[in-house]
Write a protein that binds this ligand. Structure first.
Ligand code: NI
Ligand code: MN
Length: 229
């Protein structure tokens, strides 16, 4: 599995040759802009959107329309993006799973608000558990720490957890470390940090805190790709 990062919570995971793009916030994302990432150049076979906030779905409809990617999200998000030009959609809801050609996706609970940029109701905020032959990966979406992460950890051995670490709008690193313990994984790929003033983090301090807790913390570089093992 390969992980490419575009800043904030926008990233692509490649599994079995399929490009799975998560939470495409590119056009107004200062980290993506600084790294020269262009929404119009991103490829996708699937588009997974965690919730309705602008910093997670800004470019979703345009990318889905251009690439023909299948949008996977909750019913409300999929319906809204469908009205904006996303043609291939797979609606789900919390707790449900479906087997796609790259692996099985379970829509998981997230403790966070969710509404569309126009103020419309976007359903519940979600995370995604992906179980594939190449490995299992969990993306929490925007969320607070919650103890039912233990139930997600019991579903499958998780190779890496993609967790928000920027604090203020989501959990911060201290809670993300606790989340990793609940999930029974040793690897955190940090997202949702450094994009705006409210969520800027001290990298050296974060690395030290994770190391002291026995957690491998990856702070992905924007515009770069690496292999998840
Ligand atoms: Ni949000
Ligand atoms: Mn967010």
């Amino acid at each position: 599995m390969f992980f490419s990062y575009y800043g904030h919570s926008a990233f692509t995971i490649e599994i079995s040759g399929k490009k799975i793009l998560f939470d495409p916030f590119i056009t107004s994302n200062p980290l993506a802009q600084a790294a020269g990432v262009k929404a119009a150049e991103l490829e996708a076979d699937y588009l997974l959107v965690s919730h309705g906030h602008w910093d997670h779905l800004e470019d979703a409809a345009a990318i889905a329309a251009r690439t023909g990617a299948t949008v996977i999200s909750n019913f409300e998000v999929v319906t809204w993006l469908g009205k904006q030009g996303a043609e291939k959609n797979h609606p789900m809801n919390t707790g449900g799973k479906w087997k796609f050609d790259f692996g099985t996706v379970t829509l998981t609970q997230a403790i966070h608000s969710s509404s569309f940029p126009d103020g419309g109701y976007a359903g519940s905020a979600q995370g995604f558990l992906i179980q594939a032959e190449e490995g299992n990966i969990y993306y929490a979406g925007d969320t607070a720490l919650f103890s039912d992460l233990k139930l997600i950890g019991e579903k499958a051995p998780i190779d890496a957890a993609i967790l928000p670490i920027g604090d203020n709008f989501t959990m911060g690193l201290t809670d993300a470390i606790k989340a990793a313990k609940f999930l029974r994984t040793n690897t955190i790929i940090g997202v949702h940090f450094d994009t705006f003033g409210y969520i800027k983090i001290d990298h050296a301090q974060a690395r030290a805190e994770a190391e002291a807790a026995g957690i491998k913390l990856i702070l992905p570089e924007v515009g770069k790709k690496f292999e998840i093992r």
